[in-house]
Design a protein around this ligand. Structure first.
Ligand SMILES: C[S@@+](CC[C@H](N)C(=O)[O-])C[C@H]1O[C@@H](n2cnc3c(N)ncnc32)[C@H](O)[C@@H]1O
Length: 304
């Protein structure tokens, strides 16, 4: 099996206290799971969704499960909550993903959504529209932890282990064939920046080749300038994970395959009001893409 950065490097944490160190002396569930650097980043969005709204109340995602999960994990996340830019980005993107999901299921009430690299996020709490279906998928070691904490809620929900760097994941996850009349929604949140550029291209290409017409993929992206800079991020740095992929232009995403369309691009700077929008406009000619943003890709037929 090809080794991904997530699997290869298990660098010791750079901070004196490991990310999510247990409260007290007893090793918590998270420590016992012994996640490698990239999977261990799942604690960052979990902490932001559980406790971040106190800093950004207008972005409160009203996560009904994250707080309890943190408690059961027994993790100290105070250092993560001190990293306000990251907390802001997680809450902002969560809203963007929720909005995209609700719009998709309003148009496809019986459709299927899949959270690729779901970590411990429970998006179906917001996106259950009564007749739609949901799949949560992540690396097997993460799904083993998830199953102890988040059992599936009913017959319209399922979970699966997957490594997105291994081609054929579409079929292995049992996602519908290209000929299906029912489009699929994929969300991939806080995941692809940890893969190599060629691996991200392969993930996008597999989506483009396999997905039924009308399918959507919502993903978050970093500017290419952020690649290699994870050590300077107060939340990601201590995990030892690295940012390996970023974009120069959002148009690169759709350029991967002729069936792909870039339907929407959003910049987290928008969440900061006019000052953010002005700064984004200032940086854009140099960066070519948002510092951090969300893209919605669509699959259309008749082109390949
Ligand atoms: C920062 S966490 C984000 C978790 C979740 N999407 C959220 O927003 O709460 C990154 C997640 O990507 C997952 N991931 C990284 N590489 C992956 C791969 N090759 N296949 C599947 N999942 C992967 C990790 O295991 C981890 O759960």
């Amino acid at each position: 099996m090809q080794q991904t950065p997530a699997r290869r490097r298990a660098r010791p944490p750079r901070s004196p206290a490991p990310l999510g160190a247990p409260v007290g002396d007893t090793p918590g569930l998270l420590q016992r799971a012994q996640l490698l650097p990239v999977p261990s980043t799942l604690l960052i969005p979990l902490a932001a969704r559980a406790r971040g709204a106190r800093y950004f109340p207008w972005l409160d995602c009203r996560d009904a499960v994250a707080g309890e999960l943190l408690q059961r994990l027994g993790a100290d996340v105070n250092a993560l909550l001190d990293d306000l830019p990251t907390v802001f980005q997680v809450l902002w993107r969560t809203r963007a993903f929720k909005d995209a999901g609700r719009a998709f299921f309003a148009a496809h009430p019986q459709g299927l959504g899949a959270n690729l690299g779901c970590g411990l996020a429970q998006h179906f709490q917001w996106l259950d529209a009564g007749a739609n279906q949901w799949l949560d998928a992540d690396l097997p070691e993460v799904m083993a932890l998830r199953q102890q904490l988040l059992p599936v809620l009913g017959p319209r929900m399922r979970q699966a282990g997957v490594d997105l760097t291994q081609p054929g994941w579409w079929q292995r996850l049992g996602l519908p064939p290209r000929s299906s009349a029912q489009p699929v929604l994929l969300v991939c949140e806080g995941v692809l920046m940890y893969l190599q550029p060629a691996q991200v291209q392969a993930v996008l290409a597999e989506f483009a080749q396999r997905a039924p017409c009308g399918s959507r993929m919502v993903l978050d992206v970093l500017t290419r300038q952020a690649v290699g800079s994870a050590a300077r991020n107060p939340s990601v740095g201590p995990t030892g994970a690295e940012f390996c992929w970023g974009v120069c232009r959002m148009a690169e995403l759709a350029a991967v395959h002729p069936r792909l369309r870039l339907l929407r691009e959003q910049s987290a700077a928008e969440g900061c009001g006019w000052a953010g929008i002005a700064l984004d406009a200032l940086w854009r000619p140099w960066l070519g893409a948002p510092v951090y943003g969300v893209a919605t890709l669509g699959v259309e037929d008749g082109f390949a």
